[in-house]
Design a protein around this ligand. Structure first.
Ligand code: CA
Length: 228
């Protein structure tokens, strides 16, 4: 599944420990997660970024979750999963006709949250056909012909191993995001494989010798980023 674009989720939650727990579970499940711990920041982040789903706590400092939904619902059509500690809130959401996609009451199990997130993202993808695969990625001197599994630099074909190709495609599908060696290992080799992160380093080293070095940048202590 290394060719899929990684989904980005925003968690708006003022209880930092809960937000971090949610983040950890979602990251293990392969999502990229950003967090906001107050209402205004959450609202700004929803407006200024493209998320695939928002997990929105209702009781927040500054601006509460109800107001955030009201403010963004007309412009943003991504799934919003509301989190509430109070059963009464659910009636309030329904009463206001806020168009929240789903809600989950605290306390909930992280695995239930992940399951809900997965099903909403899948449903949204089906509705919008966002998963339609591109046939070719072309960035500056680099062209990746996905179905043909061919890579060209300045229109000249270069030879990549299967793993090098998969790493390049994964990074190119998700530009301007830093991925740790552990995440790359998980996405390309799978979590049960016997290789370790040193293998990732070796493969990326070889890949960088074959394509212009500007594309894959090493971010010290964090991982790798594909620049466009
Ligand atoms: Ca709260």
């Amino acid at each position: 599944m290394s060719e899929d674009r990684v989904k980005k989720i925003l968690i708006v939650e003022d209880e930092v420990s809960i937000a971090e727990l949610e983040r950890d579970y979602l990251e293990i499940s392969g999502y990229v997660v950003e967090m906001a711990h107050a209402g205004q920041k959450g609202l700004d982040m929803i407006r200024n970024n493209e998320y695939d789903l928002v997990i929105l706590d209702l009781m927040l400092p500054e601006i509460d979750g109800f107001s955030i939904i009201k403010a963004v619902r007309d412009d943003v059509d991504i799934p919003i999963l509301m989190v509430t500690a109070k059963k009464e809130d659910i009636d309030k959401i329904r009463g206001l006709g806020l168009g929240a996609d789903d809600f989950i009451t605290k306390p909930f199990s992280p695995s239930e949250l992940v399951a809900r997130v997965k099903s909403h993202i899948k449903r949204y993808d089906r509705l919008t056909n966002k998963n339609e695969k591109k046939k070719e990625i072309s960035i500056k001197s680099l062209t990746i012909q996905i179905d043909a599994r061919r890579v060209l630099v300045n229109q000249k074909e270069i030879n990549l191993t299967t793993k090098e190709f998969e790493i390049l495609l994964f990074l190119a599908y998700n530009p301007d995001q830093v991925f740790s060696k552990e995440i790359i290992l998980d996405r390309i080799w799978g979590i049960d494989s016997f290789v370790d992160t040193a293998t990732v380093t070796v493969h990326i080293g070889k890949l960088r010798e074959k394509i212009p070095t500007e594309f894959i940048e090493t971010i010290w202590g964090a991982g790798y980023r594909f620049n466009i």
